[in-house]
Unconditional design. Structure first.
Length: 133
């Protein structure tokens, strides 16, 4: 819960900086794109999905996160890109949690290990590519 609260505070600060910059530049389009952060799913819900170790669910989350990541790459240097990276981060974070649990249960499964590595790469990229952290 402390980690969740810390991330929420950082996100609020990042969005405040984006709003201030858009206001200073009188960029109404950018202001319209900056949305208030959505509440993170309850830890209990994420824990339930992770505990079930549903590889199909992890694959769905990974695919959605990868698609959002690719859309963000195509968006160029815009505030919309940052929003897409944030959405991709949420999806990939959930997929990573499930893949990690599956890899712990079955360490000899190379396919799960490969998926976890790919998911980690994109997950890190969503953080690294954003203009404001």
């Amino acid at each position: 819960k402390a980690e969740q609260a810390r991330r929420k505070d950082e996100e609020q600060q990042r969005r405040a900086a984006l709003r201030q910059r858009a206001t200073d530049l009188d960029d109404k389009k950018a202001l319209a794109l900056i949305q208030d952060p959505t509440e993170e799913p309850e830890d209990a819900a994420l824990v339930a999905v992770v505990a079930s170790g549903d590889e199909g669910k992890a694959d769905q989350l990974f695919t959605k996160g990868r698609d959002l990541y690719n859309r963000a790459l195509d968006a160029g240097n815009t505030p919309e890109r940052d929003v897409l990276y944030e959405k991709a981060y949420q999806e990939l974070h959930s997929a990573k949690a499930i893949y990690s649990k599956l890899a712990d249960k079955n360490p000899s499964n190379d396919n799960i290990g490969f998926k976890l590595i790919e998911c980690n790469k994109l997950h890190y990229g969503t953080l690294k590519q954003r203009r404001f952290h």
